[in-house]
Design a protein around this ligand. Structure first.
Ligand SMILES: [Zn+2]
Length: 416
C-alpha cells in the first residue's frame, strides 16, 4: 500500500514543506530565518506558498516519497470535505502565503468572479496563450485577498476620499495641469486620463516633481508616512526605461497610504486598487492568478481592462484588527467564502481544539512551540513549521510554553 492509500484510510495531521518564490522584490532575511535556512548569497525570498497550486504546491514528505498537496487532493478529494467540493470543485479554494516585500509591488486590482469568467472566455476565444505577456486572465476565478502584517507594513489601498484628492492636487504644483480633469470630483475621469495619456505627458508631469523631491529625500526630509517618500522610492525601484517614468507614480498620491502595525490587516475585494510597498505579512487569497496592473511594474498593463475592473468608490480603508472568537483565536473576518484567516495564540498550557465542522486547514507556527494531536498521532511544531489538517479532522493544539500560529481554513457555516 502506498502512502496516499494508507493515509486515506487513516487521515491525520501532515507536515508541509512550502514552496519558496525568489521574486526580485523579496526580502533577504525574514523567510530564510523563519525556515532556518542559510541565505549566504543574499537571494531574495519573496513568498512562501502553502497551498495546492499546481505550479508550486506544498510538499508532503512521506517515507521516501515527496507528494504535492495538489496530488493528494487529486487522489483523495474527500479530504477537502463535501461542502468545499460542492461549492468550489475538487481543489483547495485558497492559497496561503508568507510574503516579504523589500521593494514595492505593482499597483493592481483583481476581477470579480463574473469579470474573470467573461475575461477568461474572451481571451481564450482570441487565442491568447495562457503564458503570453499580454494575457490578463489566467483562470476563471476571482481573487479576493486578506492579509495581516507581521512587521511594520506599508501599502496602498483604495482611492482616497475625494476631498483629500482635491487637496492633494491643489497642493502639488506639478499636478496643476491635472486639476481640470478632476472637475466635479470626477475621479474616474482623472484616473482614465492618467492611465491613457501619452507617455510624453506622463514624463512632463513627473520629471519636475521628482527633480523637486529627490534632494528632499537625499536630505532625509521625507518619511514613509508621506506619498512623496514612496514616489521617490518608486522612481528608484522602477528607473527610467528609455527616459520614461512609470505612470503608477500618480497612484501613490491617489490611493490611501496605509501604515499597518503587526497584527493589523486589510481585505482586498474585487476591483479595489492596492499595492504592497514594504513589509512582511501573512496573506490568504482565493486560488487564482488574475491580476490587472496599474503601474509600478515592467509587466504588461491593460489600461482599458483595468478601468473596467476598478472600483472608484473613494474613502478611508477599513483596517482589520481581528475579532476574538474565543480566548485563543482571533479571526480576520471578510465577506469571502473561499477562505478565512485566523491567529491562534496559546500561552502556558492553553489548548485550542478544531471546531467539529471545519474546512481543509493549513497552519503555520510563527513563534513558540506546540503539540498538535489527532487521534493517536502527535506532531511537534515550532517556528516555521507548517501543517495540513483535512476537512473535519478532530485535532487539538497544546502548548506548554506558548505558541503563535496562523490558520487558513474555509468557513463552512457562517456565510451564504
Ligand atoms: Zn493583490
Amino acid at each position: 500500500m502506498n502512502f496516499i492509500e494508507s493515509y486515506i484510510s487513516n487521515p491525520t495531521i501532515l507536515k508541509l514543506q512550502g514552496a519558496i518564490q525568489h521574486y526580485a522584490w523579496g526580502g533577504k532575511s525574514f523567510i530564510p530565518e523563519l525556515l532556518h535556512r542559510d541565505n549566504a548569497t543574499a537571494e531574495p525570498f519573496a513568498e512562501y506558498w502553502l497551498g495546492a497550486h499546481p505550479k508550486s504546491p506544498a510538499i508532503i514528505k512521506a517515507n521516501e516519497e515527496s507528494i504535492g498537496l495538489n496530488m493528494l487532493f487529486t487522489a483523495a478529494p474527500q479530504l477537502l470535505g463535501a461542502a468545499v467540493i460542492n461549492n468550489f470543485g475538487p481543489a483547495l479554494p485558497y492559497l496561503f502565503k508568507i510574503l516579504d516585500a523589500r521593494e514595492m509591488l505593482s499597483i493592481q486590482a483583481h476581477p470579480s468572479k463574473q469579470q474573470a469568467r467573461e475575461g477568461f472566455t474572451r481571451e481564450n476565444a482570441r487565442g491568447i496563450p495562457l503564458d503570453a505577456p499580454n494575457r490578463n486572465y489566467k483562470d476563471n476565478n476571482h481573487k479576493p485577498e486578506v492579509h495581516v502584517a507581521l512587521t511594520d507594513f506599508y501599502m496602498l489601498h483604495g482611492f482616497r476620499p475625494l476631498a483629500e484628492i482635491e487637496t492633494m492636487l491643489n497642493g502639488i504644483p506639478e499636478f496643476a495641469p491635472l486639476l481640470p480633469e478632476f472637475a466635479g470630483n470626477d475621479l474616474k475621469n482623472l484616473y482614465r486620463v492618467i492611465m491613457t495619456m501619452p507617455q510624453r505627458q506622463v514624463d512632463d508631469l513627473l520629471n519636475p516633481l521628482l527633480a523637486r523631491l529627490e534632494p528632499l529625500f537625499a536630505q532625509g526630509k521625507l518619511t514613509p508616512d508621506a506619498p512623496d517618500y514612496w514616489a521617490v522610492q518608486a522612481s528608484r525601484s522602477f528607473p527610467l526605461s528609455e527616459g520614461h517614468r512609470d505612470r503608477g507614480l500618480f497612484s501613490i498620491y491617489l490611493l490611501n497610504l496605509v501604515h499597518l502595525q503587526p497584527g493589523q490587516g486589510t481585505f482586498q475585494a474585487a476591483g479595489v486598487p492596492h499595492a504592497y510597498l514594504r513589509g512582511v505579512n501573512v496573506e490568504l487569497m482565493a486560488n487564482s492568478d488574475n491580476v490587472l496592473r496599474g503601474g509600478l511594474t515592467p509587466k504588461y498593463i491593460d489600461a482599458q481592462e483595468l478601468l473596467k475592473t476598478l472600483s472608484f468608490a473613494a474613502g478611508k480603508p477599513e483596517i482589520l484588527n481581528g475579532d476574538k472568537v474565543s480566548a485563543t483565536e482571533t479571526v480576520y473576518k471578510t465577506p469571502a467564502r473561499d477562505f478565512e484567516l485566523s491567529k491562534i495564540h496559546l500561552t502556558n498550557n492553553e489548548r485550542w481544539s478544531a471546531p467539529a465542522l471545519h474546512g481543509p486547514d493549513i497552519l503555520i507556527a510563527l513563534e513558540g512551540q506546540a503539540i498538535i494531536s489527532a487521534a493517536q498521532n502527535q506532531m511537534e511544531i515550532s517556528r516555521g513549521v507548517a501543517c495540513f489538517a483535512p476537512a473535519g479532522l478532530d485535532y487539538h493544539i497544546n502548548s506548554t510554553t506558548g505558541v503563535v500560529l496562523f490558520r487558513a481554513t474555509v468557513p463552512l457555516n457562517n456565510k451564504e
